[in-house]
Design a protein around this ligand. Structure first.
Ligand code: GRF
Length: 236
């Protein structure tokens, strides 16, 4: 196998997506290796998790720098010192400046808790419930200058259940995130998803032709049928 791509994860908090990436990369066949974790907050819970798994961590606080550019510059220098080839944003809560984004263009990815281009920005789950959508999800995309706007690499959809609170929906999406992000990072690391001319180019997926009639529906008609069968069995 060719060398695993050296990947640094940027976090600001809990770090559950970071943890999913570290878990995936603990398999030596996985095409990316997590070589470092950088947080802009010293109290990010993810830092302890990364350290416990033997990953080098660095705190680079905005308050220690006089300008946003200087802060971005310090992060860039840390990435270089880690020998980073790919940057994975995972709940990193700051907007990176143009110079930084341009330098890492095509090599920096982010996960967003909604099916982009719907619900960019914060508070996506409450907004999804208010909008009454039946299918919600998450997106991994290349990072470009505009927030939550870069070319999409992969998405996962989950149903919005009747009676969902925003926390219930967030928990269902988060489980999907933990499956999607390792898949998407793997595609980028293997060169099967590349950013070209402002778009994502995906390598051919052998089974795409078989999916011509596949559909994701919510409420799920199959579940309804099972319920009816179940009902038929218990009704005298
Ligand atoms: C996730 O929902 C991610 O999609 C969003 O921020 C959240 C980070 O959670 N960008 P965690 O720190 O990975 O647990």
């Amino acid at each position: 196998m060719s060398a695993r791509k050296r990947t640094v994860v940027l976090i600001s908090g809990r770090g559950s997506n970071m943890t999913a990436l570290i878990a995936a990369a603990s398999n030596l066949d996985y095409p990316a290796e997590i070589v470092g974790v950088i947080s802009d907050r010293a109290n990010a819970a993810g830092l302890g998790i990364a350290a416990a798994r033997g990953i080098a961590t660095k705190v680079i606080s905005r308050a220690d720098y006089t300008s946003k550019e200087a802060h971005d510059g310090a992060i860039d220098a840390a990435l270089v010192s880690f020998g980073a080839e790919i940057v994975a944003l995972a709940g990193y809560m700051r907007i990176l400046g143009a110079r930084f984004v341009e330098k890492w263009l095509g090599r920096m990815i982010n996960i967003h808790p909604a099916l982009l281009p719907a619900f960019k920005g914060l508070d996506t789950h409450a907004r999804a419930i208010r909008a009454g959508i039946r299918i919600h999800g998450c997106t991994v995309h290349f990072v470009t200058l505009d927030m939550d706007d870069g070319p999409i690499i992969a998405q996962a959809a989950v149903p919005v259940m009747v009676g969902d609170s925003k926390d219930m929906l967030a928990a269902r999406v988060l489980k999907a995130e933990h499956r999607l992000y390792p898949l998407a990072l793997g595609l980028v690391a293997e060169g099967k998803a590349r950013m070209e001319g402002g778009r994502t180019v995906l390598a051919h997926f052998a089974d795409d032709a078989d999916n011509s009639s596949s559909v994701v529906m919510a409420p799920d008609p199959l579940r309804e049928e099972t319920d009816l069968e179940h009902l038929a069995r218990i009704t005298p």
